[in-house]
Structure formats: C-alpha cells, structure tokens
Design a binder for this molecule. Structure first.
Ligand SMILES: [Zn+2]
Length: 238
C-alpha cells in the first residue's frame, strides 16, 4: 500500500500488547494463549473472544497501520468489553480521535470502495495505460518474469491512497487521481513499481510481527531509476 500523509508503520507485537493489558486488568488470572489476526474487513472492525483457553482477537487490516498508542487503546477497549467493564474514557477518546482523523477516514473510505463488488476500472485509463507501464517495468526491473496481476484504476480519485496491492484478488489498483495529463508518467511508474514490490515481497509474519515494508522491500525500492524525483512528484501531488 502506498499512502501519503501519515506514515503507515506495521504494528510491532500485538500479542505482547494484549498480554500486557490482560495482566493489568486481571492480575490474578493466568494469561491465556493469545492470537491476534488482521483480517480483510471492509471497515474498522474488531472482535474479541475467549474460548477454549485461547484469546482470539480479530482486527481489520486497515487498523494494522494505526500508531502504537491507538493499538493500545483498542486493546483496552476490546478487553474491557470482554470483561464487561467500563472502557477507560481516555482510551475511548484516543481511539475515536484516531478514527476521526481526516486522512484515516479517507483511507477507510477508499479501502471500502476498493473492496466493493467491482474492484477496478479499465487499466487503459485516459492518460496512462497501466498495462503498458506494468510491462515496461516488468521488463526493466524483473527480467519480464513477473506474472501480471489484474490491473486497474480505482473508481474514486483518492489523494491519500495512491496505490494498493490486494493479494486476495491478486490485483494492483492505482488511484484515478494519477490518470491525469498533468501527472508525469514517472509518478505513475513509481507507484506501480512500489505495488509490484508488494507482489514480490509478501507480508512477513515474524512470530507475532507483521511487516509490510520489509528491509528487503525498502532496499529494492531505492533501485527505481529517479527514485528521489518520483518521491518529490508524489509529495507535490499530495
Ligand atoms: Zn506499500
């Protein structure tokens, strides 16, 4: 996912976080086995249950990118609900403020629309042809060996979510905002290249850690010709 604005950092250790909050709430109860899963929900949903000695937390993957203090607030909210306790007001406020941030709302809207029935529009676009761009980048950077996923322009012109790789549907979607005459091809190529790296580097799960932009990913990203110029162009667009 390539988003402008707030940096999207992967959560570092959600199981440890839930274990800590659990201990604080129930100091005399042994901490159960904890599993935190990020699921492909269409919005900012989360569920928790304790069953058969396992605490299972399912969180929308859109929240995986939330800052750590927000993850903590969500853990307090979910565990309070599980134990039927009042949610600490400061935690509730912190979580709600995050969801109300305009760039977060926009990203959620965009993800919702990307995950609607029809995923993408014609990749040929008005000004930039994603099929052609993909093939050129594939040739230049991947020896022409990358199998082409489904490509398309998004229906809505998002400024905050410029590109997205949906591994479930093996689809690369670029924001329609880039399909404009005044957007240089280099900017479109860079966003496409970034998403192609997501095809190449699947999300890594190191124990409980979920890493989207791995070190290998970032290293390879800098191999893009005119990397800095492309980043500057995108900053100007945002
Ligand atoms: Zn990304």
């Amino acid at each position: 996912m390539l988003a402008t604005g707030a940096a999207l950092e992967p959560a570092s250790d959600p199981e440890a976080l839930y274990a800590r909050v659990f201990r604080e709430m129930k100091p005399r109860t042994p901490v159960p086995e904890i599993r935190v899963q990020f699921r492909r929900y269409a919005n900012a949903n989360a569920q928790i249950r304790l069953y058969g000695g396992v605490l299972l937390v399912r969180i929308a993957d859109t929240l995986a990118a939330a800052p750590w203090d927000v993850q903590e607030a969500l853990a307090e909210i979910l565990l309070s609900k599980l134990f039927r306790r009042p949610v600490p007001p400061n935690m509730h406020d912190r979580y709600r403020r995050y969801l109300n941030r305009s760039e977060v709302r926009k990203t959620l809207d965009q993800v919702r629309s990307l995950r609607g029935r029809k995923l993408v529009e014609d990749p040929r676009g008005t000004h930039h042809d994603l099929l052609q761009i993909f093939d050129a980048l594939n040739f230049q950077y991947f020896f022409g060996l990358m199998a082409r996923p489904t490509l398309g322009w998004s229906r809505q012109a998002s400024r905050t979510l410029l590109g997205h790789y949906d591994s479930t549907h093996n689809t690369i979607v670029l924001s329609r905002i880039l399909d404009r005459a005044e957007v240089p091809r280099l900017a479109v190529e860079y966003v496409m290249y970034h998403e192609m790296l997501h095809v190449r580097h699947p999300v890594e799960h190191k124990g409980a850690r979920r890493c989207v932009h791995t070190r290998a990913f970032k290293d390879e990203e800098t191999l893009f010709t005119n990397f800095r110029e492309a980043k500057l162009l995108l900053r100007r667009l945002a």
